[in-house]
Design a protein around this ligand. Sequence first.
Ligand code: ATP
Ligand code: MG
Length: 462
Amino acid sequence: MVIKELSLSGALVQGLGEAARVLRFSSRLPEQGEVQFCAQVIRQINGAVAVKFYHPDRSTLGNLWEHIRNRLNTGTECPYCGKEKGGVRTRCQACGIALDLEKSDYLDRHLKNTFIQRLQSRLDHLDPINIEKLLNLVDRELLKYHGEPREEEFVGTTAVMLEVFTMIRKVAVTDMNVLILGESGTGKELTARAIHERSDRRDKPFVALNCAAIPEGLIEAELFGYEKGSFTGAYATRKGKFELADGGTIFLDEIGELPPGLQVKLLRFLEDHIVERIGAKGGKKVDVRILAATNCDLKSMAGNGGFRNDLFFRLNAFTITLPPLRERGDDKLVLANYFLKKIALDEGSPVKGFSPEAKTAIMAHPWHGNVREMINKIRRGIVMASQELISPQDMELEPAEVAAEPSGLKKQVFKTQREVVLRTLRENNFVIARAARQLGISRPSLYSLMKKHQIENETARQ
Ligand SMILES: Nc1ncnc2c1ncn2[C@@H]1O[C@H](COP(=O)(O)OP(=O)(O)OP(=O)(O)O)[C@@H](O)[C@H]1O
Ligand SMILES: [Mg+2]
């Protein structure tokens, strides 16, 4: 058996019997000595077979990396994508992967930075049910780390954000339910975590559930858990999020998407704090604080019958509204500098700051995706920058003048969108669910469009 090619994740092997599917083999590396692998055959290639390693342990991985690193060509091509790697020595200009191979922490950083790509390539072959199972698994694993200190800082210097910080501090020590409002990416989950971490519950779990990300039929099982055999596929008894969060905090994200049946169950839970697993004979009392968030206008939804009024009042004991990033003045630059330092440090990038044009563009950009959009733009800027300073083009930001002054086309699109939304609402007599269905969007999306275009429910005024 001859190993023709060797990488961190697998090898190309010649002379392996046809029948082998899973195998264990050892190989002698010239400088590192004997290493053992457990591998799975994934395909035949011209008489050889490609095998994938099952999670080698750290010392095997370390030896393997040392062996590969010593043999990597130091020419002008990137060893990952094969394209010209460009002038910057520490990072490939084509694929963006870090190339400072000689640094001692390279392997750890590489595994972290390419995690999403590796996950993505595996997800392509999975169906939605298996993706769901995987997410549950990841959720459970992540829960184990709840006690570790978080690296994230909550950054803000403008008056509105200082006000938000004061509210977080004040409400954290109470046991009140809090409703966190704000556009997508404004930091609602960060706020929820900040409340939990400043509360007496900080040593207990913080459990998050995104109501929009889970299919309607699975939310109940996720929240309340189930007994073995209570439905097809319930192979073992499982605790729900409420039980897992016992003593701590549960964060219900995108609460506006909670289906009506579950709204009733949540309301009942808020009243007695008893969870009854699906298929169970009795219930169990749990002690959880509920924080909820939404980017839709829950108050209008409650007024229009789109969300239960009584549940809205229960959840809304205290409200924190996060301002959109475009309304945070100089914080745009404060945040941009914070993320630049954080990401550049994490990735070992030599990028030092923003060019004057980039700073102007950051201040002028409308940031509809808020802080999350900013993080993505800066990440891209760091990868693309060919010098120490990031330019607006590196971040794909429009030149400031254009961003500040919406073009004729943008205005026209805005106007047309308003007309279509208003017409559809009138055609459906302002029945939101029907109008949303006709437009092919969700109810919360329609509520936010109504808010954006300042459209009021005309039937409510009559
Ligand atoms: N003021 C801030 N300081 C530092 N990081 C922030 C701040 N606001 C948001 N972030 C970061 O931005 C990202 C998005 O924040 P978060 O997930 O809390 O937003 P969200 O409002 O819950 O978004 P969505 O509605 O899309 O779920 C996170 O990585 C968060 O850590
Ligand atoms: Mg969120």
